[in-house]
Design a binder for this molecule. Structure first.
Ligand SMILES: [Zn+2]
Ligand SMILES: [Zn+2]
Length: 323
């Protein structure tokens, strides 16, 4: 276990968050509805490490371990008119949607219906200044926070529902840089007819807390091209996927720890629904780990990216061997 010591992504948080076991013991809302059996995993704790995901039976190479729907997802601004506004599936006819075409499109009636929990709130406001600010500054997390805030206002999720996730450590400089985006977000809501009591949660503290969690836990969604077999053969190298279509936050996938030579991988095939697949045979009781970063980087680059992005120094077997 000593080699796992620095996998402290969740170490400081798990004591605050006892409900994870009841949340994921059956995983009814994260597994596919036509897959009645729960996924072959459990979320457990490792001393000094915190949350980790373990196999509850032998899992074979290439097996789909489970799927996960996003808690919140948002397309990248460059993909806004090219993908479904809800599930981020590529729209087949996006080329006919010119940039001047202001209507956002959904891939299906189902997605349109599913998006009601944020879209009706979002539609009450004029987001042009907020979106333009994010575009100019190259910001992606505020878009996720905006969508999450709309979900909270519409009442489908509670304002503290992401608190279970580990937050990034924000410097005071980072927090002060968020002042402008937060003010834009709040003033955009304040210009609507939404009642003040429904926005009472929208404080600077709430905003920075949610954003701190999104920084660590959001996944950049790149659709994998080709078959899964193609993907497996190229997985060890840098996966040259297409440019990110968006970003999303999930619950269960956030509990996977990192490894620079992982035994599992998260991928997206057609939309923001995540698939966790086994990259090799995994034994009962073995911890499942994914790689948070581009595994093809060298040892020094990986350490730097992991420390800056996730706040830990990796001590996985590959790093210990200086590979
Ligand atoms: Zn869709
Ligand atoms: Zn490592």
């Amino acid at each position: 276990m000593s080699s796992l010591f620095r996998y402290s992504r969740w170490a400081s948080q798990f004591k605050k968050s006892p409900p994870i076991f009841t949340l994921f013991s059956t995983a009814t809302n994260e597994s596919q509805p036509n897959r009645p059996s729960p996924p072959p995993i459990r979320v457990g704790l490792i001393d000094s490490v915190g949350r980790a995901v373990f196999a509850t039976r032998r899992i074979g190479t290439g097996e789909l371990i489970h799927t996960a729907k996003p808690i919140v997802a948002h397309s990248s601004l460059s993909s806004l008119h090219k993908v479904c506004y809800f599930c981020l599936r590529k729209l087949p006819n996006y080329k006919t949607h010119s940039e001047a075409h202001k209507n956002l499109a959904f891939c299906s009636e189902h997605c349109k219906d599913q998006s009601k929990n944020f879209y009706e709130i979002e539609n009450k406001a004029d987001w042009s200044r907020f979106t333009e600010y994010c575009r100019l500054q190259g910001l992606k997390y505020p878009l996720l926070v905006k969508r999450f805030a709309c979900q909270v206002i519409s009442g489908v999720v509670s304002a503290d529902s992401l608190d279970i996730l580990q937050p990034a450590t924000l410097t005071s400089e980072m927090v002060s840089l968020m002042e402008k985006e937060f003010c834009l977000l709040r003033s955009t809501f304040q210009e609507t007819d939404i009642k003040g009591e429904h926005m009472a949660f929208l404080t600077k503290e709430w905003y920075t807390g949610v954003l701190a969690r999104m920084r660590i836990n959001s996944f950049r969604i790149e659709l994998a091209g080709g078959s899964y077999e193609d993907f497996l053969s190229s997985a060890a190298a840098s996966v040259e996927a297409e440019v990110a279509i968006g970003n999303a936050v999930y619950m269960l996938p956030s509990f996977y720890n990192h490894d620079c030579d992982p035994n599992a991988h998260i991928l997206w095939v057609e939309n923001a629904d995540a698939r966790i697949k086994a990259l090799r045979d995994i034994e009962t009781g073995e911890e499942l780990r994914i790689c948070y970063i581009d595994a093809s980087m060298n040892h020094e680059a990986r350490q730097t990216v992991l420390y800056k992005g996730f706040g830990f120094l990796c001590n996985c077997p590959r790093c210990l061997s200086n590979d």
